[in-house]
Design a protein around this ligand. Structure first.
Ligand code: GAL
Length: 688
């Protein structure tokens, strides 16, 4: 096996959060853990995530003996460690002695000690205590052969918080950040449009964080505060990375939270070696699994796209979570399917929260590999074991491959923040949900999609889709223009190109008017109940959201509104520009519209699912391809996944090999409910 996933580790990682610090007084439990991990085909754990009070029981008094013993014993059993820095939760001695480490909320109230993910990222004490501990961890464990990487903190900014602290240190840091960004108050006032309501700033010291207690209606200010909160936490994370690197060259990750509103993960990705994330889909909560499956695939794809490399599924539950109002068990088969879905989308691991159920506190009923009773005689343990076996079988075919889509979707955090605060015709607009609406039909067709932010390169793609691209960052319109001129296909929607990156609306024409060949005018929000529809290729599609009222300048009108005063207005246009073309979808419509429209675009562009297959509803495919540039001779594998609660039949139009069994498959094949089959070419090119 060539490529390493992390440190010295070459296979697919299977394991998860291991919290032996909760069981240090129970040696028989720790001994059982090792035996059971071997049985369950666990090969890696994440250690020390919330262990600060065990690692530094008193200020300056460090105790790493217990951790060293555990890392060593795991290693002797062939189990590797991803070692965490424990800043996800702070010890009592720290929070009680130094209140500045605790966050201040937007009303100016400082938190009491407790909970987690709530340190002030500007506090000098917090930074210094963290640095001291992280450097010592690096020194002691950075060279241990069993340690393969660093896990910085835990779900930074997560668990209900927004990562923001409004204390005096943070207010000062915000002002410094603004000075750097704008250079002068005049520029800041212009960008924030502070003349409105007479709120012009005349001294930097007057500026405060955006908050409900004070100013939260100046859009530019709010947007900058969100940017600052993001960059402040990232800055803290960078300090942690510096500290763990003091004595170690191991790769660094932090566990992300999919489309997590507060942080622009494209920025974070630049400082991390490996992307990892925690996936907890709400399976079995609706009439079917399909929307959940598509949303999860979108999140995995986002994680893969952040660095355009394979990622790690750092946490998932082997059975159930306990923090929704209703928490359903993963039904038989779903654990394997959802785990393999992650691998299908680019993960090189399947890891769990957590290895063994805690006895007390708020997660005692959260699913774990080992139940309170202990032992291996549980459905969950058997399913985890079986999955571990399967991962072992496919590992050599998976490692070193990645999904290589020809279609990209623009997903941009700053766009999300600005759009959310637009105060316009539809204040319930949900960027993420609309984004998944546009992703879903491609997922259903078995077509992988990358996600790119507005700063990302577009040239690797044939088609770029930009739903609700409300804000245009500097240089974005020119990049799109060049992409289309050179032959790309650009698809965008209403509520695009409205504001610049300071959240000021454009004056004059839409920045891409020439490329789109339309003039935008008004926008309507028909509300929950809408009787309007658009007619496309002779079929009427129901409108489900925003309706942009536009006029064709040079673009061809492909669909029109059917009702209301804008009956006959263009609802879908196509404009040829340079060697490419640009589509404008004026309204948000029911899903079948996008399916029909995408099919047309895919046909024109010669794009499709890489597996020769006739899919049925609820069955999809992802393709992982060699990371080498020579794709034609490359090894490819396909993950055929049935998200239906019943068996489904699909037709393979060529002969493939079942990678796990070696069986040759062609023609009609039956997939059991929640089954995933991993396929390779049957012509021998995949053989090792
Ligand atoms: C994650 C967190 C874990 C655990 C888990 C429960 O968000 O990182 O520590 O709390 O949720 O689902």
């Amino acid at each position: 096996m060539g490529r390493k996933v992390m440190g010295d580790f070459g296979g697919i990682i299977h394991g998860g959060d291991y919290n032996p610090d909760q069981w240090l007084d129970r040696p028989e439990i720790l001994a059982e853990d090792l035996q059971l991990m071997k049985k369950a085909n666990v090969n890696c754990v994440s250690l020390g995530i919330f262990a600060w009070s065990h690692l530094e029981p008193e200020e300056g008094n460090y105790d790493f003996e217990w951790l060293e013993e555990i890392i060593q014993r795991l290693y002797e059993h062939g189990i590797y460690t991803i070692l965490a820095t424990p800043t996800g939760a702070m010890p009592q001695w720290l929070t009680n002695k130094y209140e500045e480490v605790l966050q201040v909320n937007e009303y100016g109230v400082r938190n009491y000690p407790g909970k987690r993910h709530n340190y002030c990222p500007s506090s000098p004490v917090m930074r210094e205590k963290t640095r001291q501990l992280d450097m010592r961890l690096s020194e002691r464990f950075g060279g241990h052969p069993g340690v393969i990487g660093w896990h910085i903190s835990n779900e930074i900014g997560g668990n209900g918080g927004d990562g923001a602290c409004h204390c005096a240190y943070c207010q000062n840091a915000f002002r410094e950040w603004l000075k750097e960004r704008y250079g002068s108050l005049d520029r800041l006032n212009a960008a924030w449009w502070t003349g409105f309501w007479s709120h012009t700033y005349t001294d930097w010291s007057q500026i405060r964080s955006a908050s409900a207690r004070g100013e939260d209606l100046v859009h530019g200010q709010k947007l900058d505060w969100k940017r600052f909160v993001d960059s402040r936490q990232l800055d803290f994370c960078k300090e942690e990375i510096k500290a763990v690197r003091s004595h170690s060259t191991l790769p660094v990750t932090t566990n992300m939270m999919e489309f997590f509103y507060t942080f622009d993960y494209f920025q974070w990705a630049k400082t991390l070696d490996i992307i990892s994330w925690d996936s907890y889909p709400d399976w079995h909560s609706g009439t079917d699994e399909l929307r959940t499956a598509a949303t999860t695939a979108a999140a995995h794809s986002l994680m893969r796209s952040l660095k355009k490399q394979s990622f790690l599924l750092m946490e998932s539950t082997p059975s159930v979570v306990n923090w929704r109002s209703i928490n359903r068990l993963k039904r038989p088969g779903m654990h394997e399917l959802s785990s393999l879905q992650a691998v299908a989308c680019g993960s090189d691991s399947v890891q769990y929260f957590q290895w063994r159920k805690s006895r007390g506190s708020s997660e005692k009923y959260h699913g774990a590999v080992v139940d309170h009773r202990g032992g291996e005689d549980t459905r969950v343990f058997r399913e985890v074991t079986r999955l571990g076996e399967r991962l072992g079988k496919i590992a050599t075919r998976v490692i070193g491959t990645i999904n290589r889509p020809r279609i990209a979707m623009i997903f941009d955090w700053e766009n999300w923040w600005a759009l959310d605060d637009a105060y316009a015709v539809d204040n319930n607009l949900d960027y993420r949900e609309v984004f998944v609406d546009f992703f879903y039909p491609l997922w259903a067709l078995g077509i992988d999609v990358d996600m790119v932010d507005m700063e990302g390169a577009l040239d690797a793609y044939s088609v770029v889709i930009a739903p609700l691209n409300y804000m245009y960052k500097k240089g974005y319109a020119d990049k799109v223009r060049a992409f289309v001129r050179q032959g790309g296909c650009y698809i965008t929607t209403c509520w695009s190109g409205e504001v610049d990156e300071t959240d000021l609306t454009y004056t004059g024409a839409h920045p891409l008017e020439d490329v789109l060949g339309i003039r935008t005018e008004e926008i309507d929000a028909p509300g929950g109940y809408c009787e309007n529809s658009v007619r496309y290729q002779g079929v009427d599609y129901r409108i489900t959201g925003l309706c942009g009222l536009v006029h064709a300048l040079g673009a061809k009108v492909l669909a029109e509104y059917q009702n209301d005063f804008y009956k006959g207005y263009p609802a879908l246009t196509r404009n040829v520009y340079g060697n490419g073309e640009a589509y404008y979808i004026a309204s948000l419509n029911e899903q079948s519209f996008l399916k029909a429209f995408y099919s047309e675009v895919l046909r024109e562009r010669g794009l499709g699912c890489g597996l020769a297959v006739r899919l049925t509803e609820g069955v999809t495919v992802n393709e992982r391809n060699s990371t080498s540039e020579e794709q034609d001779t490359a090894e490819k594998i396909w993950f055929l996944q049935n998200f239906n609660r019943e068996p489904a039949t699909v037709e393979l139009l060529e002969c493939y090999e079942n990678v796990e069994t070696g069986e040759r498959l062609s023609g009609e094949i039956k997939l059991q409910a929640f089954e995933c089959v991993v396929l390779g070419r049957a012509d021998g090119r995949n053989e090792f």
